[in-house]
Design a protein around this ligand. Structure first.
Ligand code: URA
Length: 480
């Protein structure tokens, strides 16, 4: 048995170097044990110094594997190096393993990568800085306990977001330091060494109180978004219980005032600090991350979250709706509410598989007016559609669909650049500048709003006829 020693627990380059040498030496996964740092070797393990020190040729490695490995290497499962090597070994003979969702290794790695994504997301959401005086200057320090080894990959997010602050994030396994210019990493720390609470924590409490909207309080959802185990490190945690207790009264007060809470001064200041412009957007993933900080129009202020598009990055067909509705806003996914149900039924009738579509909206935040406990949909303005076009253009640039379908007037306006009549434009494809073609049809929620069953049935037929044209176009693409 060969013991391969890695110095660092989440360094993909180091793992890749060793894995390459193992492959060149023809070492089977079952002959290798991976050890990290000073972890002891077993009695019958030989050291890896006998490995050929060569970069000899290995078969090409699919890009998808390297993307997965970038995430999986950060997972806390001690088996991650071995599982990655096993899959790399198998890929030498079969390049298509990753496309097989039923493959055990491939689905295990995908699940591990999702766990790492979730952990990075939690870190972005739940890190809270405290102020520390240092030679008359203010420093910011935060303690965080990630589940996986995600600090190194996530820290650049904080240096972009808090570029003008001296900060440190300390975790049990590593720490990150930003001095307004350079990001450096060091060893892990101890929670008890983190300085006591300072002024910035008071800011966080005010901020949290301001964004806490009792009309949307769902304790179970809140717990799943902000798991209880993170609460103890959050300065606002001591506010959560009283806020939950008082939620009903607050909600009634809000309704009585017939208005939503004006955003607090802190919230506005925070909002200005978060801007997507500071980071280069080079992929659909970058765009999905950057849009979280979008302040191009005021709709972000009251929406629960951004709803970015979803579907394969190389989809031939992109469907564009208007904006997320109430359910989409809560779930963070497009077309999953009542309009999504109509959409799903209609594409099924047209024999279009949603899994092959990229589905998005012209506007990525829910626009509504509160009425009692309900949030009533409002159409986005031309200005809001125009502001959000930046994101739709990025989705088009990265997905490069050959067919784009505008569902309803707002989507058509975003894609054509001016208000258009659906009844006049539907049924015939329009050539767009990037070589794609645009089909315009009604929005599924239009069908939901027609009270007369006969008219509704007729409109549904027209909608399905439009989808049939699109299906026929998809077939032509498949054959070409
Ligand atoms: N309506 C839309 O336009 N998009 C959605 O995602 C949901 C409803």
């Amino acid at each position: 048995m060969l013991s391969v020693r890695l110095e660092r627990l989440n360094d993909l380059d180091e793992w890749r170097g060793k894995a390459r040498r193992l492959l060149v030496a023809g070492m089977k996964p079952s002959q290798v044990v991976w050890r990290v740092g000073s972890e002891e070797s077993g009695l019958f393990e030989a050291g890896d110094d006998m490995l050929p020190n060569t970069d000899g040729p290995i078969g090409s490695v699919p890009r998808q594997f390297m993307d997965l490995a970038t995430d999986v290497i950060q997972h806390s499962d001690p088996q991650r190096f071995a599982i990655l090597y096993r899959l790399l070994w198998r890929l030498q003979d079969d390049k298509h393993i990753l496309a097989n969702a039923a493959d055990g290794d491939s689905s295990l790695l995908t699940r591990m990568a999702s766990g790492v994504h979730r952990d990075a997301h939690k870190m972005k959401a739940f890190v809270r800085f405290r102020t520390v005086e240092h030679e008359g200057d203010e420093r910011y320090i935060a303690w965080f306990e990630p589940e996986h080894f995600t600090l190194e990959a996530t820290a650049p997010f904080f240096s972009r977001r808090f570029a003008g602050m001296h900060w440190a994030i300390i975790t049990p396994y590593a720490s990150a330091f930003w001095d307004k210019e350079n990001l450096r990493f060091g060893p892990g720390g101890n929670k008890k060494d983190i300085p006591a609470e300072g002024a910035v924590e008071d800011d966080w409490r005010t901020y949290y109180g301001a964004i806490f909207n009792p009309a949307r309080l769902k304790v179970a959802m809140m717990k799943s978004e902000m798991p209880v185990k993170y609460w103890r490190n959050l300065p606002e945690a001591d506010r959560i219980a009283p806020l939950i207790r008082n939620a009903r009264q607050m909600e009634e007060d809000m309704i009585a005032r017939a208005t939503t809470q004006p955003p607090a001064r802190h919230m506005r200041r925070k909002a200005r600090e978060v801007t997507e412009e500071t980071q280069p957007i080079q992929s659909l993933g970058d765009a999905a991350e950057a849009i979280e900080g979008c302040r191009r129009c005021p709709l972000y202020e009251h929406a629960t979250q951004t709803v970015f598009g979803e579907g394969p990055e190389n989809a031939d067909v992109m469907f564009v709706g208007e904006q997320p509705g109430d359910q989409e806003d809560l779930a963070g996914r497009p077309f999953i509410g009542p309009a999504g149900q109509v959409f799903d039924d209609a594409i099924k009738t047209a024999d279009i598989d949603r899994r092959r579509l990229y589905v998005t909206n012209a506007v990525k935040h829910f626009k509504f007016v509160p009425r009692g406990k309900r949030r009533i949909h409002q159409s986005p303005s031309a200005r809001e559609i125009q502001a959000c076009r930046f994101w739709l253009d990025l989705e088009r640039e990265f997905v490069r669909p050959k067919i784009i379908v505008a569902l309803g007037a707002s989507a058509a306006q975003s894609l054509v650049g001016k208000a258009v009549s659906i009844s006049r434009m539907r049924g015939a494809p329009i050539d767009l500048d990037d070589g794609s073609v645009l089909y315009i049809t009604n929005h599924p929620s239009y069908l939901l709003r027609i009270p007369d069953p006969e008219t509704r049935a007729k409109e549904r037929e027209k909608f399905e006829a439009d989808l049939a044209l699109i299906r026929a176009h998809m077939e032509r693409l498949e054959k070409s």
